[in-house]
Structures are given as C-alpha cells and as structure tokens.
Write a protein that binds this ligand. Sequence first.
Ligand code: HSE
Length: 432
Amino acid sequence: MSKIVNIGLIGFGTIGAGVIKVLTKKAALLEKKIGVRLLLKKICDLDISRRRDVSVDKNILTKDASWILNDENINIVVELIGGIHPAKEIILRALRSKKHVVTANKALLAEEGEEIFKTAAENGVDVCFEASVGGGIPIIKALREGFVANRIESIYGIINGTSNYILTQMSDKGCDFKSALFAARQKGYAEKNPTLDIDGIDSAHKIAILARMCFNQPICFKDVYVEGIRDIDGSDLQYADELGFAVKLLAVTKCGGPDLQIRVHPALVPKSHLLAHVDGVLNAIFVNADLVGEALFYGQGAGQLPTASAVVSDLVALAGKITTQDHNVCLGIGQDKRHCVIRAIDDIESRYYLRLSALDKPAVLSQISTILGKYGISIHSVIQKGRRRAEAVPIVMMTHEAKGKKLRQALAKIDKLAVVKKKTVAIRVERL
Ligand code: HSE
C-alpha cells in the first residue's frame, strides 16, 4: 500500500480549485508514478459556501486556518490566499509546526522571503514556490536541479502576461495603451486595478525571487529598480519595429564580478532575439549559465491549470522528501552564495531609444544634441517623423551607451527647452 502524505489547502480561489481538480483527476496517475498518495485532508477559505467549478466533501471545509495548522497529521500546507497578511503569519505558523509549505505567493516571498526561508531552515522544513514565477513553466526546478552545476550569469524574463498582452496588442493592432488595457480587461487578463501588472511590480516580485535563488543573496522587492509600461505610446512600438526591435517589459538580473543588477523596465529587444517573439499573455525566461550557455523557457505564465500544475509538482517533490525522510534534499533556496553589491540604475550603462516632441524648425536638433554632448551622450542615429512647420513633431533618436544618471540629467535639461513640447520618452535598448 502507498504511503500517504496529508495536505491542507488554505485559499480556495481559482488556483486552489485548480489544485483540487488536478489532485482529483490525476490521483491514480500520481500515485502510480511516485508511490505516494497525495491526500487533500482539509481546505480553508473565508468563503466556504460559494459554488466553485469543482466539488469537494463539505466535511473537509473550514473557515478556520487553525484547524489545518494544529492538525499534526498534515504534512504540507498549501498557501494560496496571496498578499502579505495573513499569508505570512499562516506560513510562519505552519513552518514552526514543522509542516512543509507550498506557496504561489510571489509578493510575500519577494518582500518577506528572508524571514520565511530562515524560519523554514530553523525548523528543518521546506518552502516550495514553483507557482510563484512563470505559472506552469518549471523554472524554479530547472534552476535548482537542472542547472545545479551551473553558475547563473543572467536572467532576462518576460514574466508578466498582462503587460506582454498589452504591448503585443499595441504593436499588432496599432492601438494606444488605454485601448490595449481595455482589451486585456475584456479578456480577463487585467485586474480592475491593473497597477501590479502594468507598473512592473508583479515582474519585480518574480525577478527578486529568481535573483535570490540564483545568487543566494537576501535580495528583495525593494532592491529592484521598477518602471512600468504606462508611458509607452503606440508610436514607440511602431518606430521600434522600423528600427528592428520589439518593445517588451523585461525583468533582468545579472551577476558578474562585484556587481549585481536587478531591474524591471520596458526595453527594446532586437527582433533577431527569441524574446522579441514572445507575444500575448505568454511568458519566457531566458537564462545564461556557465555550463549550459543560453536556455529559454517559454509557456503559460498564469491561469488555473498551469499554476495548479506547478503547485502539484511541488507537492510531489515534497512527498518524495517526506516519505524517504531525506533531510539533505533542500527544495528551497540554494546555489552558490555570491557577495555582490546591487548596482544603482544610475550607474548602469545602456543604449537608449529617445522619442522627443520638438518644434520643426532650424537649430532645434543642435540645441538637443548640444545638451546630450555636454553629458557625454553620443547619438547613433536620428529620424524626424513627419514635417509640420513650427509645430511639434516626433524626433526619434538612438544613442550609444550612456549611464542612466547622465541620460536622466540630460533629459531634465532637454525637456526644459522652449522647443521641446512634451516629456521625452526614453526606453533602454537591451543587449542580450
Ligand atoms: N498577473 C500575472 C500576469 C499573473 O499578468 O502575468 C500572475 O502572476
């Protein structure tokens, strides 16, 4: 007879229902594959009367998390309520009760990961978080196990499906940001309050988790430089396309020498790179590592069943650890420890795409280029879009490598020129 691993689920929302579906439909297959029965013993949610798209025995439902946390027979607590509180307290209580934890809570891990992982280690249990980054893409397992002998050098991710959908719509349909956001809402991709997605916060949570894992440093959300996609105009996608680039919301982390970079911002990605072709709600994570070189992970970054697939993969990994009593297998944070200093965005060099809105009359370009020159910024190319005598026209410039600080200072001066009529849009050009 198979051994049984008892699971308590806290959070019976869309993903929770997905986990129940998978555990029910795949019970026999999973048991055959791993020789362990994954038994969903109790489910907790504040609302236990709402109808879901999956049916469960009412006797295992509760509104009181303590019913799960105090149950000595429960081996694993799955936390799917999201947010910081009370998820943090629930997870800490579970860990202190020597229960392993599976969570999809990227905000919590990115903001409070230090305390959570420390508590897990102190109690000899694991926190597994495959579902927190990239939905159904098994990036955590790949980095932890598949790449175990590698030194990770950099990660470039398109890890927010909503923003990627919006940028793809703007590019394909030639529409503006507002219409693309509206389309994302209609499709159910964007929340009523889309801030976390479009302002880059969700991507920042996810890249903080990946960086902490790859570089084994206490990196958290506040270490990430974040810019979202609100200021991107349809014309930027069109001009970028003409120049041979796609615009993507990139989450980047790199560790080389004493420096660590961690940032989320829109970026021009050359069309010759695979990431430029990751469209719609799909996610992709591009990894550079010393042994494997380049690797690309691509797939559904959200959704009920892809995310449930990730949660169940954690349950299976933990079930193996519990039933073999193998205390040496660390499923959480790992990899070699680095001692890097996070580099300020001002000190990072990049090429830039600039879209200025300037009067179409003689000597305008010379005023702009004089300021760029003063800050040591060299221009690669300039295109004026259209011709409107004495009216503002878009001027698209590509610069050579420039430090963030220099560009910021130069643009502050340029935007004060009488001939410049709107705030200049600056987008980094990523060298992948
Ligand atoms: N809101 C996220 C996205 C999915 O748009 O990709 C959950 O991480």
